[in-house]
Design a protein around this ligand. Structure first.
Ligand SMILES: [Ca+2]
Length: 448
């Protein structure tokens, strides 16, 4: 995708702490995360919807409400209102003034966060990035092995899982982002679709500043406000940031031990299971029922074993994780592509960034850095996935046929289930993976 440096920059935005409902930052996910809450009401007219008499924002400004026409005057009005609320929450005027001196509405942040959702995204985009990150990562890992292993000892998280996140988020520290995150977060909060989320992060960023944990210059990061080597949102630095090098400070930008330990701490706090794998290439039995695949379907390791599913090396799943662990089989490119076993630890990467493609990419990079060979099965030649417009058109047809979908152009679990049901009804391989050929069938075009 895009320019060389841009993929990393886009990836950097959607990281630690991006909640599940996020769509704004998921970079070309295989399936877009669920859509944001519907915009309530919607601002009318230009600018931020502030009552002319009272200067107050209707229904409290923390209510998500998309501003129809973001502009500088509206932004400054919004800041004036927000300032008062933040001072009531303990931010000092000095902190606020220092943080907001010279801050303007950043339309680039808004554009980048709105543009990266819908459609199916491309697993290929991620997979193409894995191999270069493997070769680059070998050097980065060798140089920093002691710090990675120390972080692993402290947190119980696989050091190569941490390296996989480090590589994917910032190219091993090469691309940390150059947005002033106070400006980015304030702009995104003002824009309104996810106001409460970005206001919380803005408050956290100002708290970091006020507590002297960062300088203003150090609040430089992604267009969506993520910071440092492993791209933590400010609230996660406060909650989960750790001092890995023992100097008493949590410096996730300048200190790799701090960044690695914090990253491990994030994964641990979300339920990382020490010593267990994340993903493995699957070998499926000839009679595998495609409708059992998908991130929304979990069977126990023992159940998959009983069906004859194994790793590509022939290992039983219950030899790798407890027999009762819920496990999914993923088909990131449909039944013609490579089947992947996704264990519980895989889901910790989704906690970091709710994009299946992202999580597969991180997991595979970690596996490769740990010495695994590349996938042995092959991907289909065309890995493009559908555009948002095509997904929307497909959803419209499915809706007309009575399937439970929303015609929003986003490919999530609901659409996956509808596609699967349609495929079953039509006697097609029910992998829940829509293609342009499926859309052609729905249109009534001749099926090749
Ligand atoms: Ca430190």
């Amino acid at each position: 995708m895009r320019l060389l440096a841009l993929p990393l920059l886009l990836l950097t935005a959607a990281c630690a702490g991006t909640p599940k409902e996020s769509v704004v930052m998921a970079p070309e996910p295989i399936e877009a995360a669920p859509p944001p809450a519907p915009v309530a009401g919607g601002a009318t007219g230009p600018g931020y919807n502030v009552d002319a008499n009272t200067g107050e924002v209707p229904n409290s400004s923390t209510v998500s409400q998309q501003v129809a026409n973001p502009n500088e005057a509206g932004f400054q009005n919004y800041l004036a209102v927000t300032r008062e609320r933040f001072l009531a929450k303990g931010i000092t005027p000095a902190t606020w003034n220092a943080a907001f001196n010279g801050v303007h509405l950043n339309m680039k942040s808004i554009g980048l966060t709105s543009g990266a959702s819908g459609g199916m995204g491309r697993i290929s985009t991620y997979l193409e990035r894995v191999e270069p990150l493997v070769s680059k990562g070998r050097g980065a890992v060798a140089t920093n092995r002691a710090a990675l292993e120390a972080a692993a000892r402290t947190t119980g998280v696989d050091p190569m899982a941490i390296a996989g996140i480090w590589g994917n988020e910032t190219g091993y520290g090469a691309v940390l982002g150059n947005f002033y995150v106070v400006e980015a977060l304030a702009s995104l909060a003002y824009e309104g679709r996810r106001r409460a989320f970005f206001e919380d992060e803005l408050l956290a960023a100002l708290t970091l500043l006020q507590q002297g944990l960062v300088t203003r210059a150090e609040l430089t990061g992604s267009y969506a406000g993520a910071l440092g080597q492993v791209q933590f949102m400010p609230s996660n630095i406060l909650k989960l940031g750790m001092d890995g090098d023992g100097d008493g400070e949590r410096d996730l930008r300048g200190s790799l031990p701090d960044a690695f330990t914090s990253c491990g701490n994030y994964l641990r706090s979300h339920g990382w299971r020490t010593g267990e794998p994340t993903i493995a290439e699957a070998r499926l039995p000839a009679n595998f029922r495609w409708e059992q695949a998908g991130p929304d379907i979990q069977l126990t390791a023992a159940q998959w074993d009983a069906m004859g599913v194994s790793t590509i090396d022939g290992k039983r799943l219950s030899s790798l994780v407890p027999a009762d662990q819920p496990v999914s089989i993923l088909l990131p490119a449909g039944y013609k592509g490579i089947p992947i076993i996704a264990f519980e630890n895989y889901r910790r990467f989704l906690d970091y960034n709710p994009s299946q493609a992202y999580a597969i990419s991180v997991a595979q990079l970690g596996n490769r850095l740990a010495g695994s060979s590349d996938f042995r099965q092959s991907w289909p030649a065309d890995l493009r996935g559908m555009t948002a417009a095509s997904v929307k058109e497909m959803q419209t047809y499915l809706l007309r046929l009575g399937y439970d979908v929303t015609a929003d152009g986003r490919f999530g679990d609901k659409t996956r289930r509808a596609v699967r049901a349609y495929q079953l009804a039509e006697g097609l391989p029910a992998d829940g993976y829509p293609t342009d050929a499926l859309l052609a069938r729905l249109r009534g075009e001749p099926v090749s």
